[in-house]
Design a protein around this ligand. Structure first.
Ligand code: NAD
Ligand code: LMR
Length: 337
């Protein structure tokens, strides 16, 4: 992700845009002691766009911070203990939230709601108070509900700006490129797939027809890869056998999305990637959060792209996605109301 050439290009872009946002970007990780939080903190330490890294968890963050802080990149790393949330948030430009419990075999993401909804709500309330201008990247599941929870909490505090709230669905995009590359022998960099909708089961809608490699996949192979993209998380939960869900691939995906946002905030043009945001695309059907390709810019969400042309199969997938997504969003909103 951050090859020497890419890092050089990123550094010179940062200089060219001469944006203070790019050079003084404090990023916080809430849940930094966890399975995702630790490798995510490591990857953010390697990102040249990050000038300071603020690591918070209810347990273990100072240790993670001490460890990560020895890495020879420019950013300053500080760890915060359970009672130091406000200090951790002060002056942050970007906040990534992987705090919360992960699935065990047999659970759905929605089964995490009871525990994670209040964790995310309380963190959002603190953000509203201390760093209301920060861009918030929500990883904690169920994303389809936790993002509306954050939105409603910020709105209640009078500080919600839809341009600054993102559900991280990048792992679905990463998986889709990898799985498509596997069956077509393409380099995953070439087999990129736009994934729209939400982040759980049937709400994950890969648009294979829009990919030159994907449109060649038909019949049983098509059914199989769609199922694998929609239920890739289950493969990891099953293989970890009670020890949690995806952490390393998620840390990679989280760092990849954070890097895209940081590049947009720094003034780079044409940064486009799918993310779950407040969206007008299906608002007429009562669905006001949706993931589609979004252009990221100096203020966060710059432009929400339409989903584009869909195949007949994709129309069916989308029809199955929308009612589930609507329920998940309403559940999140009701929790805060
Ligand atoms: P984990 O249990 O390993 O780590 C979670 C961390 O959150 C722990 O260190 C815990 O102490 C911390 N935490 C709990 N309450 C907190 C609070 N109030 N403030 C700060 N930190 C708190 O779990 P994990 O494997 O890292 O997964 C974290 C979440 O990410 C889960 O909800 C999981 O389902 C989700 N997830 C999302 C995606 C995605 O694609 N969006 C992918 C994988 C996992
Ligand atoms: C994933 O897609 O891997 C995550 O949402 C974690 C999970 O519960 O599957």
């Amino acid at each position: 992700m951050f090859s020497r050439t890419a890092a050089r290009a990123l550094t010179s872009q940062s200089r060219a845009f001469s944006s203070s946002a790019a050079r003084h970007t404090k990023v916080a990780v809430l849940g930094a002691g966890g399975g995702i939080g630790q490798p995510l903190s490591l990857l953010l330490k390697l990102d040249p766009h990050v000038s300071a890294l603020s690591l918070y968890d209810i347990r273990g963050a100072p240790g993670v911070a001490a460890d990560v802080s020895h890495i020879d990149s420019g950013s300053k790393v500080t760890g915060y203990a359970a009672d130091q949330l406000d200090q951790a948030l002060e002056g942050t430009k970007v906040i990534v939230i992987p705090a919360g419990v992960p699935r065990k075999p047999g659970m759905t993401r929605d089964d995490l709601f009871n525990t994670n909804a209040s964790i995310v709500r309380d963190l959002a309330a603190a953000i509203a108070r201390v760093s209301p201008e920060a861009h918030i990247l929500v990883i904690s599941n169920p994303v389809n509900s936790t993002v509306p929870i954050v939105a409603e909490t910020l709105a209640k505090a009078g500080v919600f700006d839809p341009r600054r709230l993102f559900g991280v669905t990048t792992l679905d995009v990463v998986r889709a490129a990898r799985f498509l590359g596997e069956i077509t022998n393409a380099d995953p960099k070439e087999s990129v797939v736009t994934v729209i909708g939400g982040h759980s089961g049937a709400t994950i809608v890969p648009l294979l027809s829009q990919s030159p490699f994907g449109k060649a996949v038909t019949g049983e192979a098509y059914e199989k890869i769609v199922h694998r993209i929609q239920f890739g998380g289950d493969e990891v939960v099953k293989a970890k056998d009670g020890a949690g869900s995806a952490t390393l691939s998620m840390a990679y995906a989280g760092a990849k999305f954070a890097n895209a946002l940081l590049r947009g905030l720094g003034g780079e043009k044409g940064v486009v990637t799918p993310t779950f945001v407040k969206s007008p695309l299906y608002e007429d059907q009562g669905i006001d959060f949706f993931s589609s390709n979004v252009e990221l810019g100096v203020n966060g969400v710059e432009k929400i792209h339409p989903v584009g042309p869909l195949s007949a199969e994709e129309e069916k997938l989308l029809a199955a996605c929308l009612p589930d997504l609507k329920k998940n969003i309403e559940k999140g909103k009701a929790f805060v109301a």
